[in-house]
Design a protein around this ligand. Structure first.
Ligand SMILES: Nc1ncnc2c1ncn2[C@@H]1O[C@H](COP(=O)(O)OP(=O)(O)OP(=O)(O)O)[C@@H](O)[C@H]1O
Length: 242
């Protein structure tokens, strides 16, 4: 059974007739130009934006789930998070347990390790660098151990080392019964870590399939309107401007 099954999703002036399903164990990368609708899609699935169409989660209508059940099953990492308060890093991570009403120490430890923030514990989140803060907010979502993790550009502000470690953490997180849908602008990393890609153009799906089916010079040049060189046989895969 699909983890999430999205059928004919419409969101006013942002998304048109988007359909796909995600199986347990899969990472789906959502790609496309600025304004194509990647964040909007994730926000619809997270319950932040209203939509028309049908979305089933593990065979049941998502709309029928109580808010708490939904928050336990689906975690959302927004494009940018921040805190106006002087919270400790561990307090931010613990926020991820709110849907469960507990403070599960093992879940908190696992989340800190997966997001690579163990050395940041004990610090104030508002005194961390942008990339450090981004990993703390990722740890918050991981702490909730959602079956489906939605992450809006989780590596956008990260250095090379942490881009790789976060993609590997998400890969490991998805392996098994969980799934991840993330938006990403780095196509080389998308090719390397995502099982399938959804290429959006002006709110509609332009291509959906395995990275080799979606990341073609034809699709990318057409959608991004620049000549693109693609070599997915290379190790690591190469997608670059010509
Ligand atoms: N709060 C909003 N109110 C109205 N329209 C919005 C709002 N936020 C985004 N939009 C519009 O919705 C469309 C999709 O935006 P969205 O943020 O989903 O794109 P995106 O693919 O995530 O872009 P990016 O790569 O720049 O993050 C754009 O045309 C955008 O201008």
């Amino acid at each position: 059974m699909a983890l999430i099954d999205v059928r004919h999703l419409h969101c006013a002036r942002r998304l048109a007739d988007v359909s796909f399903a995600l199986a347990p164990g899969e990472i789906l990368g959502v790609i496309g130009p600025n304004g194509a609708g990647k964040s909007s899609l994730l926000q619809c699935l997270a319950g932040i934006l209203d939509y028309q169409g049908e979305v089933d989660f593990e065979g049941h209508a998502l709309a029928g789930l109580a808010m708490r059940q939904r928050a336990q099953r689906i975690g959302f990492l927004p494009q940018s998070s921040g805190s106006a308060w002087a919270l400790q890093v561990e307090d931010v991570v613990a926020l991820g347990r709110l849907p469960w009403g507990d403070n599960n120490p093992q879940a908190l430890r696992d989340a800190a390790r997966q997001a690579g923030i163990e050395t940041l514990l004990g610090r104030r989140v508002d005194r961390l660098s942008g990339g450090e803060q981004a990993r703390v907010w990722l740890a918050r979502v991981l702490a909730g151990q959602p079956r489906l993790l939605l992450a809006d550009e989780p590596i956008a502000s990260l250095d090379l080392l942490h881009q790789r470690s976060v993609m590997e953490a998400l890969r490991t997180y998805a392996d098994g019964e969980r799934g991840v849908i993330l938006s990403i602008h780095d196509f080389g990393l998308a090719a390397r870590y995502c099982d399938r890609l959804c290429l959006l153009r002006e709110g509609a799906i332009h291509a959906l399939g395995r990275p080799a089916e979606v990341l073609t010079e034809h699709h990318l040049s057409e959608v991004f309107q620049v000549p693109v060189h693609v070599d997915l046989v290379a190790n690591p895969p190469v997608v670059a401007l010509k």
